[in-house]
Design a protein around this ligand. Structure first.
Ligand code: CAA
Length: 380
């Protein structure tokens, strides 16, 4: 067993940290206020290889491992979780889904553009009446011979407006339950595909989240991913990797808030000494550091499982469940340590607290992670 990162991993982590400090930190408060994220920053993340981290270089990717992915996700998320969710969805839901399950023609046509950041992707599973209960897809794709006709609504779609390539899950035969579901590649601009207004959110406000509408969209048959009926398994397998990314995002949010709280507690004085010298604050810091380190171990273990070719359904669910809990609890503590300043935007911790909440919701709520973990335990 070796808990040390390799030289290469350290370099990747430092490059991500440097990018986050120099490029993401300036303007992060303004972007959160305005709910925007400039194309220029997306382009820079693409140039650094952050949008196709694990993709094979023959498709334009960086060819890195999952450990590198979580290191990058943690560093970006310490500063800007809106940037990191874009990175996570593009990498582990869209690029991974296409690379693992798409055919050669689909990879050449779509993956190469997505991995380089030439365009961004979105993953469309959730619906107004199918969030946690993902088998209850209402969006239909009717087989018309050489094409499918897609109808329905998807909501809470990350990158919904910015994306140009959308992986859309739809029901093709409701009598077959989860085996009557397929995944399709949809391009922006296909007739009948409309993008609704951007959601006004509590957190990750720089990332664009939209409702999508499909009205009689004609989808060529070659845009179906995998064999007929593979769509639900495609979504589940892809989401297992996605959960490693969100777990790393939660870890980064928690670690970012902790670092700010530690620094502040060494500067701020009360009752004649720096507040870190008061046990009430010191014990909070001790709990934060311990639990963040425990979350990091779970995140690394899930990434390691993926790199080793082990099944990572349970380890990714455990990492996401725990890291998101730590993120929520310790960003609240970071605000508390900052006192009145914690409630003010310029100190950053209130944004991290708002951003933390979504990590307990998207890519499977904490309750869904417990279903995945407990079913895995019972099956073992
Ligand atoms: N790998 C392979 N197959 C799997 C699988 C996996 N990880 N998980 C389930 N399956 C298979 C099952 O074996 C079963 O197959 P059989 O019928 O052949 O036995 C089939 O799929 C159906 O599985 P379940 O019976 O377990 O299905 P269920 O209805 O009980 O639901 C669930 C399972 C885990 C709760 C699932 O619905 C789930 O994960 N829900 C949460 C959905 C989710 O995470 N949504 C996030 C939206 S995406 C997002 O947030 C992206 C973003 O923009 C940030």
């Amino acid at each position: 067993m070796d808990f040390n990162l390799t030289e290469e991993h350290l370099m990747i982590r430092d490059a991500a940290r440097d990018f986050a400090q120099t490029e993401l930190l300036p303007g992060v408060i303004e972007r959160d206020n305005a709910q925007t994220f400039p194309d220029e920053l997306v382009r820079k993340m693409g140039e650094l290889g952050f949008l196709g981290i694990m993709v094979d270089p023959k498709y334009g990717g960086s060819g890195m491992d999952a450990i590198s992915y979580v290191l990058i996700m943690e560093e970006l998320s310490k500063i800007d979780a809106s940037a990191s969710v874009m990175v996570s969805v593009n990498n582990s839901l869209v690029c991974y889904g296409l690379e693992a399950y798409g055919n050669e023609a689909q990879k050449e046509k779509y993956l190469t553009k997505l991995a380089t950041g030439e365009c961004i992707g979105a993953f469309c599973l959730s619906e107004p009446e199918a969030g946690s209960d993902a088998t209850s897809q209402r969006t239909t794709a009717i087989d018309k011979g050489d094409h499918y006709v897609l109808n329905g609504t998807k909501n809470w779609i990350t990158n919904g407006g910015r994306a140009e390539i959308y992986l859309v899950i739809a029901q093709t035969d409701k009598h077959k339950g989860s085996h009557g579901i397929n995944a399709f590649i949809i391009e922006k601009g296909m007739p009948g595909f409309d993008i609704g207004p951007k959601e006004d959110k509590l957190g990750i406000r720089g990332s664009d989240t939209h409702t999508l509408q499909f009205n009689d969209v004609k989808v060529p048959k070659e845009n179906r991913i995998g064999d007929d009926g593979f769509g639900f398994r495609f979504a589940m397998k892809t989401l297992s990797g996605g959960r490693i990314g969100i777990a790393a995002q939660a870890l980064g949010i928690a670690a970012g808030a902790y670092e700010l709280a530690l620094k502040y507690s060494k500067e701020r004085k009360a009752f004649g000494t720096e507040i870190c010298n008061h046990q009430a604050i010191a014990f909070k810091l001790a709990d934060m550091h311990t639990e963040i380190e425990a979350a990091r171990m779970l995140v690394m273990k899930a990434a390691w499982d993926k790199d080793q070719g082990n099944n990572y359904d349970m380890s990714s669910a455990m990492a996401k469940l725990y890291a998101s809990k730590v993120a929520m609890e310790h960003t609240v503590e970071a605000v508390q340590i900052h006192g009145g300043n914690g409630f003010v935007k310029e100190y950053h911790v209130e944004r991290l607290m708002r951003d933390a909440k979504i990590t307990q919701i998207y890519e499977g709520t904490s309750e869904i992670q417990k279903i995945v973990i407990s079913r895995g335990l019972i099956k073992e």
